[in-house]
Design a protein around this ligand. Sequence first.
Ligand code: AVJ
Length: 331
Amino acid sequence: MAQRHRDHLPEDFSERSLAQDVRAGLTSSPKTLPPKWFYDKVGSELYEEITRLPEYYPFAAEREILLDHAAEIVGAASCRHLVELGSGSSEKTRALIEAVLATTPEGEQAAYRAIDVSDSALHAAADDLAARYPTLALETVRADFEHGLAQALAVDRGEVSGGRLVVFLGGTIGNQAPDQRAHFLTTLRSALQPGDAFLLGADLVKSPDVLVPAYDDAAGVTAAFNLNVLEVVNGRLGADFDAADFRHVAVWDAEHAWIEMRLEAVRDVHVRIADLDLEVDFAASEQLRTEISAKFTRERLQAEFEQAGFAAAGWWTDRANRFSVSLWTPA
Ligand code: AVJ
């Protein structure tokens, strides 16, 4: 099958938006950095390691749901065209792709469009999928769905008949603050047509005794993942952060129903970010917020989706009820 690649981002997109995010985040109070900058080569490897930790249940729980229910999910959506946001390695999506291929009648075309900011992830995933599924029409789109969601979805629907199933897995929606999430859902809704559907992987509210260790594991892998963002800023913006000046903190914020990851200064710290010509001071025990990971209830998701113009069309959890995969259609 022919492969097609589109690039919606300028060459220097990543450098420019990192610079903007670091300047804005480190000069605000409290200081923050967005989680998308965790994922350089080292950070992506550390995240892979996180997914194999005994404490980090979301990855395994979502995979269990997809492996157990892919046929039912694809049957409920009844689409032959998958579009994945933040596709990464596309590994877990293979269960859905296989279910789509199994139900596509001869003479009809099944298709998969992967959307991600990472060129290398897109190309590796496309090569792997092309070899595995020679009849699948493949398209990769490099786009930042935070800023370019409407654009990424609006590219032509191609030759595949019927609706599109937009897939957003991993619990990544939890990285968005409630106002960003509301905006995301409304933008998504306006890009969908009758017959389309949206499939979401979202982590569920549970005891802090389970949640906190998932983000503060005994082996210290999540701590290394969190601290690595300082190396990303050092390497790409010429900063002089010393990771030894900070420690990893993970707290459960029950009011907002999210896990917050922070880096706490263990002493007074002065940092120079050469490429931004910026000097930043941290007082001892001052915290820099690097990630929120929101957790949901079925009721809360239902309310937010209805607000954005969606109707519920399916709900699946793992056997231990830790994680959800839910299906939504335009109301
Ligand atoms: C990739 C955003 C789903 O929030 O659980 C894992 C990232 N951060 N451990 C999550 C993460 C710390 C992860 N997501």
